[in-house]
Design a protein around this ligand. Structure first.
Ligand code: UD1
Ligand code: CA
Length: 463
C-alpha cells in the first residue's frame, strides 16, 4: 500500500542560536531531518514531502539525491495547519495514508509509524493522533476525550483552562496519520481563532468529530521517541539516545564495546561479528568493518571498508579500502584512494594518499606515500617518503615486489623501482631503479681520528 509522509521542517529554531536551519544540525553524522525521513521511508512511505522554509536551500540540498523526497516551500510560518495547506497540491488526489511527522523529532521509529498507519487503515479513520504521556506536559497540546473515552479534540496548552492544564495529561505528539483525500478536502476549514492566532493542524480532530468522521488516538509507550529538538542541549540528548540505540543493536549482532557511551556509529555503517570497537571510535558514512577486527581507540573512519581480522588503532581514514589481516597505526592518516591489501602494515605517523600498498608490504614509521602503486613484500624504511608534488603537478611512483627501501629515502616522482631492488639509506632517488639493482645516493663519509677529543680539550682551556 502506498504511503505518503509529510515532514514539517520550516521552523526557525531560534533557540539553536545558529545561522543554519535547526533541522540541518547533525545528529551523529546525519542532519536531524534526515532521521525523520529515514524512519518514514523504513515504515514504507514511498513518497516523502518535506515542508521547508527557514534555510530552505540548505534543507533542500540534504535530499538532492533522493528521488522519493520532494521539498515544498512554506514562505510564511502561519502554523502547522498552514504548513499542511501548503502541500495540498503535492498530496493531490492521493487517498491513502498520509503521515505527518516533524523534522525536529528524529527518534520516532518505523515501528511506531507503521502502527499509526495500521490503526488508520483498519478503522478507516480520517485521522489517528499519536499521543504520549510526558513527565511534564507543559506546552503540549492536550487530548480531550468524552466519558466513553472517544477522542473529541486537541486543545493547545495555551488554550486550555487552568483545570484542563492540570487534568489532561495525555498529550499530542504532533504526529498523525490522515486519510489523504479527506485531509485535502477539509484542511481549509481550519481557522485562526485561538490564543496564538495560528492555523492549528490539531483543529482537524475537532472538525472531523463534528463531521462524524472516525478519529482515534494511539498512545506511544516510549516517550523518548517523541523527543523534539529545540536547543543544542536537546540535540545532545537525542544524539545520546540514538547512539545507544545503534550500539545496542550492534552488540546484539555480536560486536564488543568496552564502553558503548564512547563509540559513535552512523546509521549506514555495518560491523561484523566478534569485532571490538574501543573508546573514542567514530564510524561514519558508508563504513563497513569485517569480523574479528579491533578498531580504536581514538579512531575516526569515514567511508572506509575494513576486511576481516584487521586492526586499526588511533587512525583517521577517509574513502579507503583496507583488506584482511591488515594492521594500521597507532597514529596513521589514510586519505582518499588508499588501498591496503591483505596483510599490509601501515605504522605510526604514516600518511598514505591515493596509493595501493601490496600484500604483506610494510610502511612502519614516519612516512608519506602518495600516488604510489606498491607491490607485495615491500619494506619501506623509517622516514622515507614519495615526493609526488613539484608545486604544480602530482606524479606517480611505482614500486615493484620485494623492494627494500632504506630509511630516509626520498623517491622523487615520477619514478619506478623494479622488483627486488634495494635502496641504500638516505638516498634521494631521482632516476628509475632496475629490478634487483642497488641504488645509492649518498656523499662519502669522512672520518678524522681524534678530532673530537682535540676540540673538547680546546674548549675546556678557554673556560
Ligand atoms: C505542536 C502541536 C501540539 C503538540 C506539539 C508536539 C499544533 C498547533 N500544536 O505544537 O499539539 O503537542 O506540536 O511537539 O500543531 N512548523 C512548520 N510550519 C509552521 C509551523 C510549524 O513547518 O508554520 C513545524 C515546525 O518547524 C516544527 C513543527 O512544525 O517542527 C511543530 O511546530 P510548533 O509551532 O513548534 O508546534 P508546537 O507549538 O510545538
Ligand atoms: Ca640524502
Amino acid at each position: 500500500m502506498p504511503i505518503t509522509a509529510i515532514v514539517l521542517a520550516a521552523g526557525e529554531g531560534t533557540r539553536m542560536k545558529s545561522r543554519h536551519p535547526k533541522v540541518a544540525h547533525k545528529l551523529l553524522d546525519k542532519p536531524l531531518v534526515w532521521w525523520t525521513v529515514d524512519s518514514a521511508r523504513k515504515a514504507g512511505a514511498d513518497r516523502i514531502i518535506v515542508v521547508v522554509g527557514n534555510g530552505a536551500d540548505e534543507v533542500r540540498a540534504i535530499f538532492s539525491n533522493d528521488a522519493d523526497v520532494e521539498c515544498v516551500e512554506q514562505t510564511e510560518r502561519l502554523g502547522t495547519g498552514h504548513a499542511v495547506r501548503v502541500v495540498r497540491n503535492a498530496i493531490g488526489s492521493f487517498n491513502g495514508p498520509t503521515v505527518i511527522l516533524y523534522g525536529d523529532t528524529p527518534l520516532v521509529t518505523p515501528k511506531t509509524i507503521r502502527a499509526l498507519v495500521e490503526e488508520t487503515t483498519t478503522h478507516h479513520n480520517a485521522c489517528t493522533v499519536l499521543t504520549m504521556r510526558p513527565p511534564n506536559p507543559t506546552g503540549y497540546g492536550r487530548i480531550k476525550r468524552d466519558q466513553s473515552g472517544a477522542v473529541l479534540a486537541i486543545v493547545e496548552h495555551k488554550d486550555c483552562t487552568p483545570e484542563e492544564q492540570e487534568t489532561l495529561t495525555e498529550c499530542n505528539s504532533g504526529m498523525y496519520c490522515f486519510c489523504g483525500s479527506r485531509l485535502t478536502a477539509n484542511i481549509d476549514k481550519i481557522g485562526t481563532n485561538n490564543a496564538q492566532g495560528e492555523y492549528y493542524l490539531t483543529d482537524m480532530v475537532d472538525i472531523y468529530v463534528g463531521m462524524g468522521e472516525p478519529v482515534s488516538a494511539l498512545c506511544a509507550d516510549d516517550f523518548s521517541e517523541m523527543l523534539g529538538v529545540n536547543s543544542r542541549f536537546q540535540l545532545a540528548t537525542a544524539t545520546k539516545i540514538m547512539q545507544l540505540r545503534i550500539n545496542e543493536r550492534l552488540m546484539d549482532e555480536g560486536v564488543t564495546m568496552l564502553d558503548p557511551n564512547l563509540v559513535w556509529v552512523g546509521p549506514d555503517v555495518k560491523v561484523g561479528r566478534d569485532t571490538e570497537l574501543l573508546p573514542q571510535t567514530m564510524l561514519w558514512g558508508k563504513t563497513t568493518i569485517g569480523e574479528e577486527c579491533v578498531i580504536g581507540p581514538n579512531t575516526r573512519l569515514t567511508n572506509v571498508q575494513v576486511g576481516d581480522g584487521s586492526n586499526v588503532e588511533e587512525t583517521v581514514g577517509y574513502d579507503t579500502v583496507i583488506e584482511q589481516r591488515v594492521t594500521v597505526g597507532p597514529r596513521a592518516y589514510l586519505r582518499p584512494g588508499t588501498h591496503l591489501l591483505d596483510g599490509a602494515h601501515v605504522g605510526t605517523h604514516v600518511e598514505i594518499k591515493n596509493s595501493t600498498i601490496g600484500e604483506g608490504s610494510k610502511v612502519p614509521h614516519l612516512s608519506y606515500i602518495g600516488d604510489t602503486t606498491m607491490g607485495s613484500g615491500v619494506n619501506i624504511g623509517a622516514g622515507s617518503i614519495t615526493c609526488n608534488y613539484d608545486g604544480k603537478h602530482k606524479s606517480p611512483t611505482t614500486i615493484g615486489n620485494d623492494v627494500f627501501v632504506g630509511s630516509d629515502t626520498m623517491m622523487v616522482a615520477p619514478v619506478t623501482i623494479g622488483d627486488g631492488a634495494l635502496i641504500g639509506a638516505s638516498s634521494c632517488i631521482t632516476n628509475d631503479v632496475p629490478a634487483d639493482a642497488l641504488a645509492l645516493e649518498r656523499s662519502k663519509q669522512q672520518v678524522i681520528e681524534g678530532w673530537a677529543a682535540v676540540r673538547r680539550k680546546r674548549m675546556q682551556e678557554e673556560d
